[in-house]
Design a protein around this ligand. Structure first.
Ligand code: ADP
Length: 543
């Protein structure tokens, strides 16, 4: 072999921070703090403070490979933790504070976190479980002295005091790019949460994909409102992609209501934003009530659950905002696929274009997808055949962290996503369900996501979940559980007729239950497990 004569620098996250400081020093990071005020500083400030924090970690005795947890909202201190922890060779472990306390204890113990960085909001939570966290030696509260809450815990440290004691001179170690950089646990709707251990290389390559225009295209002319939590897959990787792209960042802190989001979007003139559909629903309700528009926003990335057509249309028709529908999961970095139209779609009518835009799109370069049947044989790309979605690529997990009997990756290296999907002849992938949510009726599969999207397309429906209910003849039949928009009176018959106008007869749900509210999991998705438990014995009128 003749070896290429190019330089070889490790792909490590500290190099992203160095780049941002050197080439975009004045780009702003704006955060609404837990206390409610606005904090502004620049990439230059963030880099200096991250180095101070790296020195502080060394002072605390944190060594390479040690896990350091965070329980925090989106904000500048959380960003500093990201770079200081991973950049110094320790492992950043972002813990989702919305999980049940038992799960949080499990995750911190399983990760063997040596220190925890905690927003004031979550200190009571940590106080209540402190005696169960054997590995944790230090707890650092992410605020200044004036905002330090009183606590009975021993040895709790104040973030700003910790930083103030340190110099901002620190040389980031030249780590092996394959070294572990971060740890995230999936919410695990069943069983214990499972850990994904990322490498520097996987995270840097993932971020490079996100600055490319075939995905988010985060760039220096953008201002990004990052609504996806930093405690869930690194705010979809944007904490690295933004600095790579020289993108101004806006963080909402804990202030995630529709009015606060709409104000931030307009006050900071955000051009791009990312969130799950539930968050956008709150924004839509707020905008409708206020009559405000979104003059600066040009695109939103929607993923985490299927984006309903009605949402794509509202963004497009009422606010002139393009929806980029994305798919991914904790195990895939998270970015797996994204939906962009191609020139040939320009001649399609609105209905046909919309059918494509509702799909989760094509993989970004670095990822490969396939669908397989129950025997593991690949299925055709015809838009009809559906099967288990499998994925491989530079930022896809090779197995769960410290897991026994891990069967998540096939012998030939494909990760089983647990999603069911189709891929059409143009290569556009569409998620039809999670394996455990699909409704198996008389040997045929009915997509719960399809029915939910159609249901929320009814003008009077705010949110809908469709679950399988046991049926003596058909095994399972669909039940809709829906929330009406305030002040509306849509009936069971109206809703079923609306759904019936869009699907085959045998797919029309057997019944509708109206409720005031649907349960959501720790990442804002519908909690269908809870619904299945609640409505498991539901007696359908067709029985
Ligand atoms: P959790 O499992 O903690 O909810 P993940 O973010 O890892 O968190 O969830 C990944 C799952 O979310 C995917 O496997 C898929 O089922 C679902 N998902 C993500 N994006 C989409 C999307 N655009 N459409 C439909 N489902 C999606």
């Amino acid at each position: 072999m003749s070896v290429g004569m190019m330089q070889d620098h490790p792909l490590i996250v500290s190099a992203v921070l160095d780049f941002a400081e050197r080439w975009y020093p004045d780009v702003e990071i704006v955060s609404r703090t837990v206390e409610g005020d606005m904090h502004r500083y620049t990439y230059r400030d963030a880099a200096g403070r991250s180095r101070q924090l790296a020195n502080a970690l060394a002072t605390l005795g944190i060594r390479k490979g040690d896990k350091v947890g965070t329980l925090a909202w989106n904000g500048f201190r959380h960003l500093e933790c990201y770079y200081a922890i991973a950049g110094s060779g320790a492992v950043l472990h972002t813990v989702n504070p919305r999980l049940f306390p038992e799960q949080i204890v499990y995750i911190i113990n399983h990760g063997e976190d040596k220190a925890l960085f905690v927003d004031t909001t979550f200190l009571p939570l940590i106080e209540s479980v402190r005696d169960q966290l054997g590995s944790v030696e230090h707890i650092i509260v992410m605020c200044d002295r004036a905002n330090m809450p009183s606590t009975d815990l021993d040895g709790v440290l104040c973030y700003e005091e910790l930083l103030a004691a340190e110099s901002d001179h620190y040389v980031w170690p030249e780590l092996d790019e394959r070294a572990a950089s971060a740890l995230c646990y999936t919410s695990g709707t069943t069983g214990n949460p499972k850990g994904v251990l990322y490498s520097h290389r996987s995270m840097v390559l993932h971020a490079m994909a996100e600055v490319s225009p075939n995905s988010i295209g985060m760039c220096a002319s953008d201002t990004a409102l990052i609504l996806v939590p930093q405690f869930h897959v690194f705010a979809w990787g944007t904490t690295f992609a933004a600095l790579m792209g020289g993108t101004k960042i806006v963080y909402p802190g804990p202030h995630m209501d529709g009015d606060s989001i709409s104000r931030l979007l307009n006050d900071e003139q955000c051009t791009v934003s990312l969130a799950v559909p539930t968050i956008w629903m709150m924004l839509m309700a707020s905008l409708k009530a206020s009559g405000d528009k979104l003059p600066h926003l040009n695109r939103v990335v929607i993923g985490g659950s299927a984006c309903p057509e009605a949402m794509i249309r509202t963004f497009q028709d009422d606010y002139d905002v393009r929806v980029l529908h994305a798919w991914g999961m904790t195990e895939t970095g998270p970015l797996g696929s994204m939906c962009h139209l191609e020139p040939k779609h320009g001649s399609l009518d609105d209905t046909d274009q919309m059918a494509i835009r509702c799909k989760q799109g094509k993989p970004v370069y670095g990822i490969d997808l396939r669908i397989v049947d129950e025997s593991g044989a690949p299925l055709p790309h015809d838009g009809v055949a559906f099967g288990q979605l499998q994925v491989k690529g530079h930022w896809v997990t090779a197995g769960y962290y410290r897991a026994e009997n891990d069967q998540s990756v096939s012998a030939d290296g494909w990760f089983n996503t647990g999603d069911v999907a189709t891929i059409d002849s143009d290569g556009y992938m569409q998620i039809t369900d999670r394996t455990k949510d699909v409704i198996k009726s008389g040997g045929e599969w009915i997509s719960s996501i399809d029915l939910e999207n159609i249901a929320v397309g009814h003008a009077d429906i705010a949110e809908a979940a469709v679950i399988a209910v046991p049926h003596p003849k058909w095994d399972e039949r669909p039940l809709v559980i829906a929330v009406r928009k305030p002040g509306t009176t849509v009936s069971r018959e109206d809703l079923l007729e609306h759904i019936g106008s869009a699907v085959a007869r045998w797919q029309i749900p057997d019944d509708v239950v109206f409720v005031d509210e649907l349960p959501h999991g720790a990442t804002g998705k519908l909690n269908k497990l809870a619904l299945r438990e609640q409505y498991g014995d539901y007696r359908l009128p067709t029985v």
